[in-house]
Design a protein around this ligand. Structure first.
Ligand SMILES: [Zn+2]
Length: 163
């Protein structure tokens, strides 16, 4: 099993600020605190929400995580779960039985994603590159692989700046 440490942000953090935190973190996902627990938000979830809502101040905790269906939800006090062989085996069994791909654990001011999927671990560990349109750099935001034509905004064909 892999463990990837990611940023943990309050659910009321504005979307644009959360994207800055994500960019800083060198990962391509972060975890948001919500009233119903922890939610894994990928760069794709966040950039898509910014393009669609055009509201950079939208609380990040309102976003619908794309990967919720494959989450094994752990109790609040699960920080040492991997140190306990029994609980670790239970988690491995949940992942092995199909469907479930990851669990989230609070780790101080950060969060950890535990997963048995090498592909997911690899994706989350990448650092984020954001391509911003010259015409509307706050809302026309993409990852390089989202671009239909490399170097051009999907909405208006203007040049994008990727960093
Ligand atoms: Zn554009």
């Amino acid at each position: 099993m892999d463990e990837i440490e990611v940023s943990l942000v309050p659910g009321d953090m504005p979307l644009e600020k959360a994207i800055d935190v994500l960019k800083e973190s060198g990962r391509s996902a972060l975890v948001a605190e919500r009233p119903d627990g922890l939610a894994l938000l990928t760069s794709g979830d966040m950039l898509q929400a910014l393009r669609a809502s055009r509201n950079p101040d939208r609380p990040v905790g309102e976003l619908q995580p794309s990967a919720t269906a494959s989450q094994v939800t752990l109790p609040r006090n699960s920080e040492g779960i991997l140190d306990s062989p029994i609980r670790r085996r239970g988690l491995e069994a949940a992942f092995a039985s199909g469907g479930a791909r990851y669990s989230l654990i609070r780790s101080g001011t950060r969060a950890r994603v535990i997963t048995a999927s090498d592909a997911l671990a690899f994706t989350l560990s990448r650092s984020l590159i954001i391509c911003r349109c010259k015409l509307d750099p706050r809302h026309h935001v993409f990852e390089p692989e989202d671009l239909t034509v490399p170097g051009k905004c999907n909405f208006d064909g203007q040049a994008v700046n990727c960093a």
